[in-house]
Design a protein around this ligand. Sequence first.
Ligand SMILES: CC(C)(COP(=O)(O)OP(=O)(O)OC[C@H]1O[C@@H](n2cnc3c(N)ncnc32)[C@H](O)[C@@H]1OP(=O)(O)O)[C@@H](O)C(=O)NCCC(=O)NCCS
Length: 166
Amino acid sequence: MRQQRSIRHEAASDAAAIRTLLTRSFPTSAEADLVDKLRGDGDLMLALVAEDAGEVVGYTAFSVMNAPFVAVGLAPVAVDVDNRRKGIATAMILTGLGELRAIGVEAAFVLGEPAYYTRFGFDAAAASGFQSPYAGPYFMVAALRASRLPVSTGPVAYAAAFADLS
Ligand SMILES: CC(C)(COP(=O)(O)OP(=O)(O)OC[C@H]1O[C@@H](n2cnc3c(N)ncnc32)[C@H](O)[C@@H]1OP(=O)(O)O)[C@@H](O)C(=O)NCCC(=O)NCCS
């Protein structure tokens, strides 16, 4: 019988499969390197894999951020090319945001395509008051614990590993 798809926390034994998935999903190995560095630095707040029949087919990471409230950065999100448009990224993102909300995280930032991320509550206008090298129309924030963030301005900084991204 075919095993069901599941979303679970990453395990140490997943590291090679995650690296392979990320290297295949993006034009360069930058995202794979980013995740290895975030993990090595202890900056991954939550990392989820989607598993299908024992294979890692999706990955989503949430890393610590410096912000005026408890916040995480969502990046990267990747789903194996043969498994896209089946709701796997949606399931990982919603699972992650739900877990983070439950442990008191107040906001998640993302740099990405608004047409995709707004469905999860990410909002570029809400992020526009925060100072970041990523500020602009693709920089969004989702409030997790209330309809609005406690403050709407101030500096926000991703974990150190992001500084190596070109
Ligand atoms: C983006 C990605 C993670 C989506 O994974 P997925 O499991 O196929 O996503 P879901 O099935 O949950 O959602 C699919 C929907 O998202 C839409 N979508 C995917 N990428 C999109 C984008 N860049 N802009 C707008 N919409 C997008 C699809 O059109 C689809 O819409 P529909 O449901 O209306 O048909 C996957 O395409 C991927 O790994 N891409 C390469 C890596 C990447 O670019 N990651 C995002 C930046 S970190």
